[in-house]
Design a protein around this ligand. Sequence first.
Ligand code: NAG
Ligand code: NAG
Ligand code: NAG
Ligand code: NAG
Ligand code: NAG
Ligand code: ZN
Length: 364
Amino acid sequence: MFLCMSSTIFFSSIYLLIACGSVYGWGGDGHSLTAAIAQTLLTNESLAFVRDHLPWYTSGNISMLASWPDYIIYPDTNPVDYLNWQWSKELHYVDTKDWSCVYNRDEDCNWNTGRQCVDGSIQNYTIRLADTQQDEIQRNEALKFLIHFIGDVHQPLHAGFQGDRGGNSIRGHFFGKETNLHSLWDNIMIERRISQDFHSQPLLYLDYLINQMKTRYAQNTSDWTHCPSSDESRYLACSTSWIIEDAKLNCEIVYRDENNQPMSISKEFDLGQTYYNTRMVILEQRLIQGGLRLATVINKIVQSITDNNKSNKICFGTMMLFIALVCLSIVTLSLLIYSFLRRKTTRIMLLPTIKDKNEYIPVA
Ligand SMILES: *[C@@H]1O[C@H](CO)[C@@H](O)[C@H](O)[C@H]1NC(C)=O
Ligand SMILES: *[C@@H]1O[C@H](CO)[C@@H](O)[C@H](O)[C@H]1NC(C)=O
Ligand SMILES: *[C@@H]1O[C@H](CO)[C@@H](O)[C@H](O)[C@H]1NC(C)=O
Ligand SMILES: *[C@@H]1O[C@H](CO)[C@@H](O)[C@H](O)[C@H]1NC(C)=O
Ligand SMILES: *[C@@H]1O[C@H](CO)[C@@H](O)[C@H](O)[C@H]1NC(C)=O
Ligand SMILES: [Zn+2]
């Protein structure tokens, strides 16, 4: 912590973001895993694109900045200008009505009325990233936000109940240690999994998740990367549908204790192996879905920019051809006029000669 604080004084706050551990969002691990899964699924064009739009020191490694939107809003990770980013706090989540088990975009997050939420932010930043008219700084920022928010939206409690602030106000114990429900899903279960089963090595866990995606969920990936036809989101970023999945999970498993009883603010929970075993499978599925969908959206955006560039090139080519034809006609026309005039002058000049010739004829 001290190291972290003191280095901030010397280095730019953004550079610092790589060095410190996180306790917010999906935790640092969750975001970094989701982004790392996505990284393996990016096309060559997308890899070049992220290299172009992220700071040089990342070499296009999207995991490195996956927690950036969390770091910028807190004074301990961004003491210099965290106040300037407070507006972005509410972009990380959406609150749903307690035990409604559904998400209603118009009621829960109507960003046209100035209310912000993770649904609107995903729609906002996909469109901004794809918009080549937008300035570069804004687009680079859009990419960093998008990498993070597509992760966040897959943590069910980022669409948790309003009454308990997405599980933050529900407290209790997990394997005897005090925590709240939100942190349990952000970090604690993932950390336990990595330390217990993967020798505390996130990279081994990453390999495991990628393997799960390619085997256990091989038949599901195509479903997961398609949007319902009713969803009009662009670039396959159907955040509304993903939040609807969260809302369902919340009612069915997240907010239920080991006896299937609803959890609430007024009752401390006491969870252990049963909750961990049964919920971890879903949590991992969400990490995989997040990574898969993040890659799909980036690939789709990059493809649309490339296609646009191509059709611009075609348009440019057509215009060049048109201009060439116009030039050619002007040249041809000038030549015609020139030769016409020339013939006329030649005629005028020749006439006396002919006359002369005629004069000579009788002589000859
Ligand atoms: C992508 O790039 C790698 C390394 O540059 C190359 O080996 C691979 O063939 C490329 N893939 C495609 C589909 O072009
Ligand atoms: C990308 O960054 C993450 C997080 O900093 C790191 O664990 C991983 O090794 C990096 N991957 C590559 C290919 O450099
Ligand atoms: C869209 O992004 C801009 C720039 O970051 C931000 O000011 C605005 O509040 C965002 N809108 C929504 C609906 O998230
Ligand atoms: C994955 O696909 C299989 C086969 O279609 C299906 O039975 C299963 O329910 C799917 N699992 C999830 C988690 O969507
Ligand atoms: C599209 O064209 C712009 C400007 O010519 C260029 O900077 C950009 O790299 C191109 N993007 C892709 C994905 O081809
Ligand atoms: Zn977040």
